[in-house]
Design a binder for this molecule. Sequence first.
Ligand code: B4P
Length: 182
Amino acid sequence: MKQRLLFLGPPGAGKGTQAQQLAEGQGLLHLSTGDLLRAEVAAGSALGQEAEAVMARGELVSDALVLAIVRSRLENHSGGWLLDGFPRNVAQADALAALLADLGQSIELVVLMELDDAVLVQRLLSRGRADDNEAVIRHRLEVYRQQTEPLIAYYRERGLIASVEAAGSVEEIAGRISALLG
Ligand code: B4P
């Protein structure tokens, strides 16, 4: 089974939900930059204070900050991993490629979770996290279209993308994903 995975998709597509379940089942390191940033905010660290206002607006935290978090986790880990919510733009994807080259590793598959905007907005509104009000959700979708969506072409050119329809129950979607992993 593929062991070095990246989950890509709009906010609310269910990346975190599926990534957590798959990582637990397969014994992979689950690296969610969103969760790691929220943990820093909760701890009140200097990094968290820098990230908090940016996240509340639905914008992307600085590449340098996110990269430092990912680098420290991947450098100290030897098994498989699943990156969830990272990279979020082409600069982060290039930095990840450089980091993986340093570590002598490579991405085996990019799982692209696809879902209609109307369903995304509904899911996030019912979750109700601090950054889940309608205006901020709409802005996060715009940021996704402008900054993250270009990664679909980026990874498609590298032959790594596999798309998954992200509508349906959590179990149905998990089944579709595991069918892709071999
Ligand atoms: P993230 O934490 O990555 O969150 P997300 O994209 O909003 O959600 P995700 O797709 O993981 O959906 P989930 O499974 O939770 O980002 C939050 C913020 O952090 C960003 O806006 C940014 O500011 C910052 N950030 C993170 N990474 C960054 C980076 N690399 N660079 C810069 N900034 C970064 O599911 C959503 C909801 O749907 C949940 O309530 C879930 O229970 C529900 N759900 C899931 N699957 C479902 C299903 N099949 N049916 C019905 N509901 C379902």
